[in-house]
Design a protein around this ligand. Structure first.
Ligand code: SD4
Length: 338
């Protein structure tokens, strides 16, 4: 309890206290929420949810909400989802994103450089091309053809520092719950922003339609060209408007192995609640990984068609943000397996 209070005070000092009355005590799992609803991964989800909520409360589409919501996180220069992120081994930031609407329309970009809002390009791929996924140079060319400016190729101050540090050992070692770094080590980032590499968001609008988005810089210091689960429809994100929506976060290689988001929606189709569905997917992952599971984090959040929200994580430390029909926006600690 003391620890929760401390975390709350840390959030308050970052100006988040007014948004969340008791961020770590909420319990949405198992409860059917009135629509519209927006749910997103990690603590940065609080701010992203607020932008999504602006759209949802005006009877806007879930699709617009999930796009605009994660754009908030992408734009935070020192937040490691967008261009401020840690680079790959070659010192370059490469971004992945995907989006999916209530009609199985989906769009995705991978290995994209110098673009501020990959999620917007993913939406353009969905709406303006006959394809689902564009990669690298082709994705960038497409963005430019749509009037999107190329940003400078430079690392943020924090990323430059971390990269220089990494170069000393050149060891690829994903850090579990690195997304919570700001909470566990407040003040680490100079402007007080969060150190994330991914945000996933799912929403149900007032009309009852579901959509989802996911955007990431991937794992820091990855091999050049590496793609995780986040931009892969079915792995990082899946939406079936008749059943539910799910988005995953964590070690992408392992989430791909279990088709994380699609498997979760599949379990919901079989009658499992969102939380149970997320749990079943992570149980499978645990079974596959065995003792190696302790070295990774993976988590899934889900909404069912009835408006039930749930999540589960492999390890302790995964938090997610839920905003309900009253605009009450709070952080929730997910249950975990290990
Ligand atoms: C990836 N799934 O690229 C992403 C990383 C992530 O929180 O979700 N981090 O593998």
């Amino acid at each position: 309890m003391k620890k929760d209070r401390r975390k709350f005070l840390q959030l308050s000092s970052l100006g988040l206290g007014s948004m969340i009355l008791n961020p770590f005590s909420g319990k949405a799992s198992g409860k059917i929420l009135q629509k519209p609803i927006v749910v997103s991964t990690w603590d940065a989800g609080i701010r992203a949810n607020m932008a999504a909520w602006e759209i949802l409360q005006q009877n806007g589409r879930a699709l617009d909400a999930v796009e605009k919501g994660v754009m908030v996180t992408e734009a935070e220069r020192n937040c490691c989802v967008g261009l401020g992120a840690n680079p790959d081994r070659d010192g370059k930031v490469t971004l992945d994103a995907c989006i999916m609407d209530e009609n199985f329309n989906c769009g995705s970009v991978v290995f994209l450089e110098r673009i501020k809002h990959p999620i917007h390009i993913a939406r353009l791929v969905m709406e303006k091309t006959p394809h689902v996924m564009l990669a690298g140079e082709g994705a960038q060319q497409f963005a430019v053809s749509q009037g999107i400016p190329l940003e400078k190729q430079e690392l943020s101050k924090e990323a430059k520092k971390e990269y220089e540090e990494w170069l000393k050992k050149t060891e690829y070692k994903p850090v579990i719950n690195i997304e919570n770094k700001q909470i566990t080590a407040p003040g680490k980032l100079s402007d007080g922003s969060f150190n994330h590499d991914t945000i996933g968001m799912i929403a149900m609008d007032a009309a009852g339609n579901l959509s989802g988005s996911c955007t990431t810089s991937g794992m820091g210091f990855k091999m050049r060209g590496r793609i995780g689960d986040s931009p892969i429809i079915g792995a990082g994100l899946y939406v079936d408007n008749e059943i539910g929506a799910a988005v995953a976060t964590g070690q992408g290689e392992d989430i791909i192995r279990v088709a994380g988001a699609h498997s979760t929606v599949n379990y919901m189709q079989q009658g499992f609640s969102p939380e149970e569905a997320c749990k079943k997917v992570l149980e499978k992952l645990l079974k596959i990984k065995g003792s190696k599971a302790k070295d990774i984090q993976a988590a899934v959040i889900a909404i069912s068609k009835t408006g039930e929200v749930g999540a589960y994580a492999l390890q302790k430390g995964f938090i997610y943000a839920v905003c309900d029909a009253n605009g009450k926006n709070r952080l929730i600690n997910a249950n975990f397996l290990i």
